[in-house]
Structure formats: C-alpha cells, structure tokens
Design a protein around this ligand. Structure first.
Ligand code: 5GP
Ligand code: SF4
Ligand code: MG
Length: 466
C-alpha cells in the first residue's frame, strides 16, 4: 500500500490526490482521502479503482476541503482474504473524547487476529476486515488524553510492519515500526507546509523537497509549521524491506539515500558477474526487470533490446487479486517484439519468480516468436518464503522455490538456463560492500532467507512453520 499526507497548504486534498497518483504502483485496488476544515470538520471519500479516475473530479474534491489531509492506496495482503469491500478501504477514522483522528497504514500487523479477538471481547465493534483497524480501536481504549499519546499506546501493542500516516484537527503524524520495514519520508512544501509519503517520487509530483526519512521507531508530529520527533519504542536495529529496492518502490524514488534505479542497475551488474552466459540479446521483462537488464547488458557487453513490449494500460500483474486474472494478465500486458527476437539467443531479466506463471508464459511467447535459446536471469534470490509484512506473496506451497531447487525450476520452466542473484550479491547491490551480515542482517530478507525479523504470531497459530 501507499500512504501520503500534507499539512499547511490550501486544498490539501488535491495535493494528496497527486501524491497518491504517484504512489499508485503500491496499490491499485482502491484509494481514500480524509481532510479536515475548521468549518466543515472531517470529511472522507473512499473509492475503488485508480486515483486518477476518482480523485480528479471537482464534484468529489470539493467535498474534501481544508489545509490538512491524508490518503491511502490499497492492495490487499495476506491478512485480508479475497475481495476488498469498500469498508476495508482506508483511511480509517475514529472519534475520541478529545476529537477525531484518521489513520492510513502501510504494512501488515502480524498479531492482528489476536488483537481483534481481544478487542471484540472487550466491546469493540469492528467495521472492516482489515488488520489496520485494530490501531483505531486500541487508540480508543487508551487512557491517554492526546491523540499522539493514544497512538503510541496503541502501536506499542502492535507487532509487525507499519508505516502510519495519521491526522487530527491540527496535527499531521507519521510513525514507522521499530524495524522500519516499510518506507516513510518527510518532505517540505513552501514555507509552512509539510508532507509525509511512502516514497520520494510522490514528493516530486507536488514540488515538495525531501527533508529526510522518518526513522525506524520514530514518530513525527507536525503542528503549527514545526516537526516534533518522538521515540515511543525500545530501540532496535533497522530491518528495511530489501524487496522495496528490488521491485516494490518506483525506480525514481530514493530509499535510504540510494537511487532505486541505480540499485536495480547494480543488481544487473552483479548478476552478469555471477551468472554470465553467451547470448545475442539482453531483454527486460518490463517494467520491473528493466533497470537490472540495463545493468546486465552494460556489464556483459551483450546488446540490450526491448524484446517484450508492455501495454501501458495494464496494471501490475501481481497486484491483481485472483490467480485467474493473474494468469490472463501476462498476455493482456506483455507481447513479444518478434522482429527483434527471431533467431536470437535471448537473456530475459526479471525481478523475481514467485509462482513461476509469468516466467513460463513469457518463455512460451519468446520461443513462439522464434528465439533460439532462452536464459532467465532473476534480480532477486529465489522467493522461498511468504511475506507477512505487507507484500502479498502466496502460501508457501505455491512458491516455486519452496519446493524446487534452481535446477528443478529450470527444468520446470523448460528454459536453457535459469540463475538468481545470490543474497550476498543483492546486498552488495544495495550498497553493503561486505554483503549480508549473517549474525545481524542489515535488511529484512525473510522471503528469500526464511529468517523472519518479527515472529508472525497469527500465522504460527494457523499452523505456519518457520
Ligand atoms: P509469478 O508469475 O512468478 O508468480 O510472478 C512474478 C512476477 O510478479 C514478477 O515478475 C514481479 O514483477 C511480479 N510481482 C508483482 N508483485 C510482486 C510481489 O509482491 N512479489 C514478487 N516477488 N513479485 C511480484
Ligand atoms: Fe520485504 Fe520480503 Fe521482508 Fe516481506 S519478507 S518485508 S517482501 S524482504
Ligand atoms: Mg515483473
């Protein structure tokens, strides 16, 4: 998901709509905005579909007045089974004794089932099936007077990954979980205004300047043009999601001071060193494989070409919630550039293999177009474990790498060769010259290593074995 908020600008909701549009790659199912105006109170709008199809209509935007607003783009992850209902669309809003607050959450709460049970037993009435709603109910039960303290109370009970953007009548609030698994940055607009965003690309679109990242375990409270920093949690080492660098974030964003594009290009360079192969053409699987393919071509000296053309009017395949649509998705989205491919030995570079559906279809398309050989090079290590922190990977059994070795996957996909970047190679590409620190990894890489930095309590209760 993507979260965004602004304070201190006229018609804040319009800024939020633009920000959410720039974060659309983080969630395409639905979006919502809450704003506050002293004369009109809190207002909210939640809609299915793209930001540009809803939050561009003047008639809707007029209902969201004020100089303080937050928003959310949604894609459903592990916790939320199946179809999203409009009641699951964020931001969520709560009315407390001292006034209301709205919250937008990116990440996944790993003890949400247990919290929900406890809260329902004590009288909370849940409106949605979303794990994020627990935060509002925990806030309601807090004995603190002010909203930031209520939020601190609530978030200390929550386990897992959370980057939260919240607002009261006067404050814009941003929080990251102690490990900082999901991103969140602070930006400045003009003299008085501030923005909070999942990624820097959404600051660019509104002309805001990047100030800094909200740090892991930090809460920032922005009020009256000032930023106050709090540390509500016990200190812990950062474990940012390494997959944000590989796939999830936009290539024009800056993560941890590094250009995502440059990291991905560097992954391609590492891959070409680790797994060279003789061929005539390096082709990205667009768009997620593109920067790595550019790096691979550069390092190997093999020409780069667009052997697969992407229909720009389709979303991200993975983010389509059902398997059936995802299966169709590949052909709806990608087509082979036959004139370039015919008679060539082709290296295909993609970001990841999850179920293997995409890779298999693409290989067939490439061979049908007359390629002589197909070699896959993958910009992440084998995805052998599900993510419980806000990226929607399927159950372990459905992950190709959970049951097959690299050679078995190659035979299953029936390609001439298949190589994944090593975990150390990936760490080098994100700037860790010494590779992965085994005793104390610098990132979360659980989907590759199976080492979960936060115990996924709900899933273990359901029988998941780490
Ligand atoms: P597969 O067909 O192997 O299940 O899907 C892999 C493709 O899905 C990759 O090319 C990648 O671009 C895309 N993808 C989209 N979202 C995700 C995600 O959350 N995790 C992973 N690993 N891949 C994703
Ligand atoms: Fe990111 Fe993978 Fe960790 Fe999930 S398990 S937070 S996708 S590195
Ligand atoms: Mg892809």
């Amino acid at each position: 998901c993507g979260v965004f908020g602004v304070v201190g600008v006229t018609d804040a909701a319009n800024f939020v709509a633009l920000g959410l549009h720039a974060l659309q790659h983080r969630g395409q199912e639905a979006g919502g905005i809450v704003s506050y105006h002293p004369d009109h109170g809190f207002n909210s709008a939640r809609r299915f579909g793209y930001v540009r199809d809803n939050f561009t209509k003047q008639s809707l935007m007029e209902t969201l007045p004020g100089d303080l607003a937050i928003g959310h783009v949604r894609y459903s992850t592990a916790g939320s089974k199946g179809q999203t209902a409009i009641r699951d669309v964020q931001p969520f809003f709560g009315e407390f004794s001292m006034g209301g607050a709205a919250i937008a959450h990116n990440g996944n709460i790993t003890n949400a089932d247990a919290l929900r049970r406890e809260l329902i037993e004590r009288g909370s009435i849940f409106q949605s099936s979303s794990d994020s709603e627990c935060i509002i109910h925990l806030m309601a039960r807090s004995l603190q007077r002010r909203v930031p303290e209520r939020m601190q109370d609530a978030l200390r009970r929550v386990e897992g990954a959370f980057s939260v953007v919240a607002m009261t009548r006067t404050k814009l609030i941003g929080v990251r979980d102690p490990l900082g698994v999901r991103p969140l940055v602070l930006g400045k607009i003009g003299d008085e205004g501030y923005a909070l965003s999942s990624e820097t690309c959404a600051l660019d679109i509104i002309g805001a300047e990047l100030v800094r990242e909200v740090e892991p375990g930090e809460m920032v409270v922005i009020e009256g043009g000032k930023v106050h920093s709090h540390r509500p949690f016990a200190p812990a080492g950062s474990r940012f999601c390494i997959f944000e660098h590989v796939y999830f974030s936009r290539p024009d964003s800056i993560l941890g001071g590094r250009s995502v594009y440059e990291t991905r290009r560097q992954i391609g360079v590492e891959l070409a060193r680790e797994a060279p192969v003789e061929a005539d053409l390096v082709c990205p699987v667009p768009d997620s494989g593109t920067p790595a393919a550019i790096g691979f071509a550069h390092e190997s000296g093999i020409p780069y070409g667009m052997g697969i053309i992407r229909n720009q009017y389709m979303g991200r395949t993975f983010i389509e919630p059902t398997e059936q649509i995802r299966n169709m998705g590949v052909r709806l989205k990608l087509n082979v550039n036959r004139a370039l491919i015919e008679g060539k030995r082709v290296i295909l570079v993609d970001d990841s293999v999850v179920r293997g559906t995409t890779s298999r279809k693409i290989k067939e398309m490439i061979l049908d177009a007359g390629a002589k050989e197909v070699h896959f090079r993958i910009a992440s290590p084998p995805t052998a474990w599900p993510c419980f922190y806000g990226v929607d990977t399927p159950q372990r059994e459905k992950l190709l790498a959970a049951t097959m070795s690299e050679d078995e996957m190659r035979d299953h996909l029936a390609v001439d060769s298949l190589k994944f970047i090593s975990l150390d190679g990936l760490y080098r590409a994100v700037g860790e010259a010494e590779g992965r620190n085994k005793a104390c990894p610098q990132y979360c890489d659980a989907c590759f290593s199976g080492e979960y930095p936060v115990t996924p309590a709900d899933m273990i209760e359901k029988g998941f074995e780490m």
